[in-house]
Design a protein around this ligand. Structure first.
Ligand SMILES: Cc1cc2nc3c(=O)[nH]c(=O)nc-3n(C[C@H](O)[C@H](O)[C@H](O)COP(=O)(O)OP(=O)(O)OC[C@H]3O[C@@H](n4cnc5c(N)ncnc54)[C@H](O)[C@@H]3O)c2cc1C
Length: 593
């Protein structure tokens, strides 16, 4: 086998949504990044190999204004425009394209990490294998991120971890049902469609046979004829899903095809309608929910999420209910999921995103430091992506300053939070106060204002509706575009960079999904609220001068970099068109030298 030595400032292991976000964040903050992914596509559970709905804190639009911002929002908006019908492989492409466009990232697909070299409590190198090119890799870096879902890098490096459910006394959790080794299971799902003409389905001999409805219905698992199902075709909670995946896959295939056989050939309720339906895809790679949870300086608990604790070192947020599943999955007598509703969003501290005993290891996504109960909500795909952005940014900071993540949490966390907010990460109930932002010292006025959406809101440091406050400037109802907003200083400032945070419709859901009912509620395309065309002018020597224009925008965050700084007493943004809304809406404007 050919051997290669590689190095980078940040190495990310696992290219699910958490790993993609972490890689983009680290690279955009100046680090050279190596992203190692053992599959041919990016996206992990949300990829076309598994087809999990990429949900998050906004509960698919049911908790308005809670959606993650930052990198995951950028990817969602890109996907909604390039992939209006939410075709599974187009999401893979959206992620691949984002990574490929980033010159500081080297992507190793089809490459599995299988070992780590640790010296004095720190990973110095990892070992990886790519059989498609007959290559083994030794990859060195000062900082590593484990986004493998299963916590493989942590495991190879000897990081403390936990698998299974805690007992109620361990962290005082009312819903803890352990201690034991039970986890949430893995699932195989399908896609199906109505072809308009009869289609037969003959199950393989090894498929399970469910001839009657009653036993399935009694167990809350009678299948409906659906285009995408069934997340509850789940098994493995009583297995070890780091070791038994092949066996679990075989069993899940047998139940999946048995359930489809029931719909097509046995069910008096569905069979007639299902005559013209066919399976167009089903998974071969079990989507895993829970395996190892690597332990950090803080372990997130039920109380943290139920009481919505605001951690000083919060760097990401969540908001999905605590969503727990019974141990025997599709064979369990209990309902497939129990939801414990959360009153509000909650915050995720940096201390839950790095290892307590491996000095240069951060993590995000499924393998973070949380109890089984808290994991019921932290495991959401977009929540993991938000964590990914946080740890990627923190890792770039670690690499630049030659410090470990614990030092970032202890000494530099406010700086990290500011940097994250500058890049549109949402930090729950923390207002940005970036001293370098010139907009903060400007007087802000607008050509018109809607009530409760005044011009000064664009410098209040908050970039979404929260607690009834709009935190945005919106032009008045009935005032036709163009509408302008102006920042004016007492004395001229050198301005080279302007940041805009537009409205992208956080009151609705938006995610890559195969669920028809979720897709129907989304706008697949540019979001109508988002500013499309804006002209930027600067007041120089007693006159407004054109300095830049944004055309055809559909992103929430837009950074406009001028070739040369302008020395201006004022700048104004004139919104000429949106993607549908009659009003101009802007959450934030920042200005930098
Ligand atoms: C059936 C099912 C339904 C779900 N429903 C929802 C839902 O409706 N909404 C929602 O938001 N979430 C849902 N989830 C949870 C969600 O999918 C996951 O928690 C989330 O996607 C985890 O993201 P991640 O990036 O942490 O890990 P993953 O998506 O697991 O990605 C990790 C990646 O790392 C790779 N990897 C692993 N080991 C190695 C290695 N040694 N070397 C290199 N690469 C490696 C893996 O192949 C994988 O691609 C569901 C999960 C399942 C299984």
């Amino acid at each position: 086998m050919r051997q290669q030595k590689l190095e980078a400032e940040v190495v990310v292991v696992g290219g699910g949504l958490a790993g993609v976000s972490a890689s983009l964040a680290a690279a955009r903050n100046g680090a050279s990044v190596l992203l190692v992914q053992d599959r041919p596509v990016l996206g992990g559970n949300t990829s076309s190999e598994i087809n999990v709905h990429a949900g998050g804190a906004d509960q698919d639009g049911h908790r308005p204004h809670a959606r993650e911002a930052g990198i995951i929002e950028e990817l969602r908006l890109e996907d909604a425009v390039r992939d209006p019908r939410a075709v599974p492989v187009m999401w893979d492409l959206t992620l691949y394209n984002a990574i490929r466009q980033e010159p500081r990232i080297t992507l190793l697909l089809n490459t599995a990490v299988r070992g780590a070299k640790v010296v004095d409590g720190k990973i110095v190198a990892i070992e990886a294998l790519r059989t498609s090119t007959d290559e083994g890799f030794e990859i060195e870096a000062p900082v590593f991120i484990d986004t493998s879902g299963d916590g493989w890098l942590g495991y190879f490096a000897g990081a403390d971890f936990r698998q299974g459910r805690e007992g109620p006394d361990e962290h005082g959790e009312p819903h803890a049902q352990g201690p034991d080794n039970i986890t949430l299971g893995a699932s195989l799902m399908f896609l199906a469609q109505d072809t308009g003409k009869p289609v037969d389905f003959t199950p393989p001999s090894w498929a399970k046979c469910f001839p009657e409805c009653e036993p399935l219905a009694k167990r809350w698992r009678h299948p409906e004829l659906d285009r995408h199902g069934f997340w509850w075709n789940e098994l493995g909670g009583t297995f070890d899903l780091t070791r038994d995946t092949e066996q679990v896959r075989d069993e899940l295939l047998a139940t999946l095809l048995g359930l489809w056989d029931h719909i097509k050939n046995h069910c008096p309720k569905c069979a007639e309608k299902a005559r013209t339906w066919e399976l167009t895809w089903f998974g071969w790679l079990p989507g895993k929910r829970e395996t190892r949870r690597l332990l950090g300086d803080h372990i997130m608990t039920e109380a943290d999420v139920v009481e919505a604790r605001l951690f000083e070192d919060r760097v990401a947020h969540g908001g999905w209910p605590i969503d727990l599943h019974p141990p025997w999955g599709v064979y369990d007598d209990a309902p497939p999921a129990t939801m414990i509703e959360l009153p509000d969003m909650y915050s995720i501290p940096l201390r839950a995103l790095y290892s307590r005993n491996v000095g240069n290891l951060l993590f995000a996504g499924r393998c973070i430091s949380s109890t089984h109960v808290a994991f019921g909500t932290t495991r959401l795909a977009a929540t993991g992506a938000a964590m990914g952005q946080a740890v990627g940014t923190a890792a770039a900071m670690c690499a630049k300053r030659a410090v470990g993540p614990r030092q970032v949490a202890e000494r530099h966390v406010r700086e990290l939070q500011e940097l994250l907010m500058r890049q549109d990460q949402y930090i729950l109930d923390l207002a940005a106060e970036d001293a370098a932002d010139l907009a903060r010292t400007a007087k802000v006025t607008a050509t018109s204002e809607a009530e409760g959406a005044e011009a000064e809101n664009v410098v209040n440091g908050v970039t979404r509706w929260r607690k009834g406050e709009s935190n945005q400037w919106a032009s008045a109802d009935g005032a036709a575009l163009p509408q302008g907003i102006e920042l004016k200083w007492a004395e001229a400032k050198a301005v080279r960079e302007l940041h805009f945070t537009f409205d992208s419709g956080f009151e609705r859901g938006l995610s890559h999904t195969q669920y028809p009912y979720s897709l129907e509620r989304q706008v697949r395309g540019p979001q109508p609220e988002t500013v499309r065309d804006v002209r930027i002018e600067a007041w120089i020597d007693g006159a407004w001068r054109f300095v830049a224009a944004v055309k055809g925008n559909y992103q929430r965050k837009r950074v406009v970099r001028l070739k040369d700084a302008v020395k201006a007493e004022a700048v104004r943004a004139v919104v000429e068109a949106t993607n549908g809304d009659e009003r101009a809406k802007v959450f934030e404007i920042r200005a930098y030298e």
